[in-house]
Write a new protein. Structure first.
Lengths: 251, 304
C-alpha cells in the first residue's frame, strides 16, 4: 500500500467523469444554456448586464456541479461505485476523485460562460483572467463537494431536486447575485453575510470588476478563505458519510 | 476455514432479515446460498461483501473480521454484484483498468492481469467495445473478469445466473469450475436457480432469514424419502382421502396436485391406478430435487 493506492483511484475516477461527459456531449449545452438566457433576460431588463454576470456564472457552475453528483444516488447502490465500495481504495480517494471529476466539468462550463464577458462590457486583463479561472475551479470544487454530501444521503432524485429548490436556489438569491449587500435591509445584510455562497460569488465578482466595489461585497481575501474553508469542511464531511457503513438495527 | 459466518442476525428498522445464521466454507469449495427472493440472501451478501455490518454475530473471511478489518477483507474478496457494477459508457478495457487502479495495480502488472482476465473469459476481441453494446452474457463475463483481476482468494457472486440464457449459464459454470481448479479460489454464491445450486459442492438453504438445512446437494436430496410422485386429478381432495384410507399415508396438496414422497414410486403409481381406477388423470414420478428438499424443510417453494 503505497501512495499509488490513493492516487490511482483518484485519477481513474476523475478521468471516468471526463470520458463519460465527452461521450454525452448534449449535457454541456443544457447547463450553459439556461443560465445564459436567464442572465440575458434579467440583465437586459434591469439594464445592468455586468452586475448580473457573476450571479449567472455562479448559477451555471452550481447547476452543473450539484446535478452531476445526482448520479451518485444510483451509482452507489446499484452501479459502478459499488465496486469501489468493496475495494480497498480509501473512501477519501473515492470522494476526491469523484469531486475532482465533476468539478472539472462544472469548471469547463464556467469557462465557456466567460466567453460572454465582453458582452457585459467586462474586460479583465490576462493575468486577472487566469486568477479568475483558478478561483472558478475552487468554486466548482466547493459546489461539487456540497452536491456529494447531499446526494450520498439521498434515497431518490426527487429528494435531491427538493433540496436544490428549497435550499440551494434561495441561498443563491441572497448571495448578492440579484442585489448587492449594501442595498439590502439590515437583517437581510446579516443573512447575506452568513451565507457561504455570498463569498463564493464575491470572489468571482471582485476578479471581474476592475475598480473598487462599494456595494458591501465582502473583500477578496476573506471571500477566498471562506470559500476554501467551506471546500475543506464539505470534503471532510463527504468522506465521513461515505465511510459510514450501514449498521443493522439492534431493536 | 476460508469463510466463517457466526450467528449473524440483521434487522432493518421495520423487519428482521437474518436470524442467527451460521455456516463455514472450506478453502476451494463452491458454496451456494439457496433460497427464494426475499429469504435473506441479498442481505447476507451485503454483509459478506463489507457493504453492511450485521446487527449481531460476525463474519470472518480469510482470517479477517469484516467489521474490524474491512480493508484486509476487501483485498481478499472479489465481488460480482447482481446489479450491474460496470460503467456502460466505458469500454471493457477501461472498466478493467479502473478496477485495477482501485486495487493499486498499474503499469505492466495491470496490463498483464487485464490480458489474462480477458483471455480467460474470452473477451480479448471485445476489449475496445463499450459495455452498453454488449449482450447480457458478455456483460456478466466482464463483471467476472473485473472481480478476479486482483486474484482474490474468495469470489462472492450474487445471483450470477439470473438473467442469463442456458448457454451463458453453462459457460459461467465452466469459468467458475476452472477458477476453482486452477487457482484454488473459494466461491460463495447466492442463487434461487436449482441447476446452479446443483453444481455447488455444498449448500445452505435460507428461508425467512434462517438457515434451514445444510449439506451437499446429494446429501440434502437423500433426506427426501425415496421418489416424489405427483398425481393430477379433477377432484384432488377425494383422491387424497381415498389414497390415505387405502395406503395409510397422507398426501399433500400442492398447486391443486397431490404430492407424495415414497420409496419405489413407479410401483406405487401402478398400485394407485389399479386400486382407484378413473380417479387419476395423470401421474409423474421424479427423483428428489432441491426444490423438494426445500419444500420439505419449509413448506414453501423456491420459485425459480
Amino acid at each position: 500500500m503505497g501512495a499509488d493506492s490513493f492516487i490511482l483511484p483518484v485519477l481513474t475516477l476523475w478521468r471516468r467523469e471526463l470520458i463519460r461527459f465527452w461521450r454525452e456531449k448534449a449535457r454541456v449545452l443544457g447547463f450553459v444554456g439556461s443560465p445564459l438566457i436567464f442572465w440575458l433576460v434579467i440583465g437586459a431588463g434591469f439594464g445592468d448586464l455586468a452586475f448580473f454576470f457573476p450571479g449567472a456564472l455562479t448559477l451555471t457552475v452550481m447547476f452543473s456541479a450539484v446535478f452531476s453528483t445526482m448520479s451518485l444516488i444510483e451509482d452507489r447502490r446499484e452501479g459502478f461505485l459499488l465496486s469501489v465500495l468493496v475495494s480497498p481504495a480509501p473512501r477519501s480517494a473515492m470522494v476526491i476523485g469523484k469531486v475532482l471529476g465533476s468539478s472539472t466539468l462544472a469548471w469547463v462550463q464556467g469557462l465557456i460562460f466567460l466567453i460572454f464577458l465582453p458582452l457585459a462590457g467586462l474586460r479583465p486583463g490576462v493575468s486577472q483572467l487566469l486568477i479568475l479561472a483558478g478561483a472558478l475551479f475552487l468554486v466548482s470544487f466547493t459546489f461539487t463537494a456540497l452536491g456529494f454530501l447531499i446526494a450520498w444521503q439521498m434515497e431518490s432524485s426527487q429528494g435531491f431536486h427538493a433540496i436544490m429548490n428549497l435550499v440551494l436556489f434561495p441561498l443563491w438569491m441572497v448571495s448578492g447575485a440579484l442585489f448587492p449587500v449594501a442595498r439590502a435591509s439590515s437583517w437581510m445584510q446579516w443573512v447575506m453575510l452568513a451565507n457561504p455562497m455570498t463569498y463564493a460569488l464575491a470572489v468571482l465578482r471582485r476578479l471581474m470588476v476592475a475598480g473598487a466595489l462599494n456595494d458591501g461585497t465582502p473583500g477578496f481575501t476573506t471571500s477566498l478563505l471562506v470559500t476554501g474553508l467551506c471546500a475543506l469542511v464539505l470534503l471532510a464531511a463527504s468522506t465521513a458519510v461515505a465511510t459510514r457503513r450501514r449498521e443493522g438495527s439492534t431493536a | 476455514m476460508t469463510v466463517t459466518v457466526e450467528q449473524v442476525s440483521y434487522s432493518y428498522d421495520d423487519r428482521r432479515a437474518l436470524e442467527d445464521v451460521s455456516f463455514q466454507v472450506a478453502e476451494g469449495q463452491i458454496f451456494g446460498l439457496l433460497g427464494p427472493n426475499g429469504g435473506g440472501k441479498s442481505t447476507l451478501f451485503r454483509i459478506l461483501s463489507t457493504v453492511m455490518n450485521p446487527s449481531s454475530g460476525r463474519v470472518v473471511i480469510d482470517g479477517h473480521d469484516t467489521r474490524r478489518e474491512p480493508a484486509a477483507v476487501r483485498r481478499a474478496i472479489g465481488v460480482v454484484f447482481q446489479s450491474q457494477s460496470l460503467d456502460r459508457k466505458l469500454t471493457v478495457a477501461e472498466n478493467l483498468r479502473a478496477q485495477g487502479h482501485f486495487y493499486g495495480l498499474s503499469g505492466s502488472l495491470l496490463a498483464a492481469r487485464m490480458g489474462e482476465a480477458m483471455e480467460r473469459l474470452n473477451l480479448t476481441d471485445r476489449r475496445g467495445d463499450l459495455v452498453q453494446s454488449l449482450s447480457g452474457g458478455y456483460q456478466r463475463r466482464v463483471e467476472i473478469a473485473k472481480a478476479i483481476l486482483h486474484r482474490p482468494r474468495v469470489l462472492l457472486m450474487d445471483e450470477p445466473s439470473t438473467g442469463l440464457d442456458p448457454a451463458a449459464r453453462r459457460e459461467l459454470a465452466h469459468y467458475v469450475q476452472e477458477l476453482r481448479e486452477r487457482h484454488g479460489v473459494t466461491v460463495l454464491l447466492t442463487t434461487h436457480i436449482l441447476d446452479e445450486a446443483d453444481r455447488c459442492d455444498r449448500l445452505v438453504l435460507l428461508h425467512q432469514g434462517r438457515c434451514v438445512a445444510e449439506g451437499s446437494p446429494s446429501e440434502l436430496k437423500t433426506r427426501v424419502g425415496g421418489d416424489v410422485v405427483i398425481f393430477r386429478s379433477h377432484d384432488p381432495e377425494a383422491l387424497r382421502t381415498a389414497i390415505a384410507g387405502r395406503f395409510h399415508i397422507s398426501p399433500k396438496i400442492l398447486d391443486g396436485n397431490l404430492r407424495i414422497e415414497i420409496a419405489n414410486g413407479y410401483r406405487f403409481v401402478t398400485e394407485v391406478v389399479e386400486a382407484l381406477p378413473g380417479s387419476v388423470e395423470s401421474a409423474a414420478v421424479h427423483r428428489p430435487t432441491l426444490e423438494d428438499v426445500f419444500l420439505d424443510e419449509t413448506g414453501a417453494t423456491i420459485g425459480g
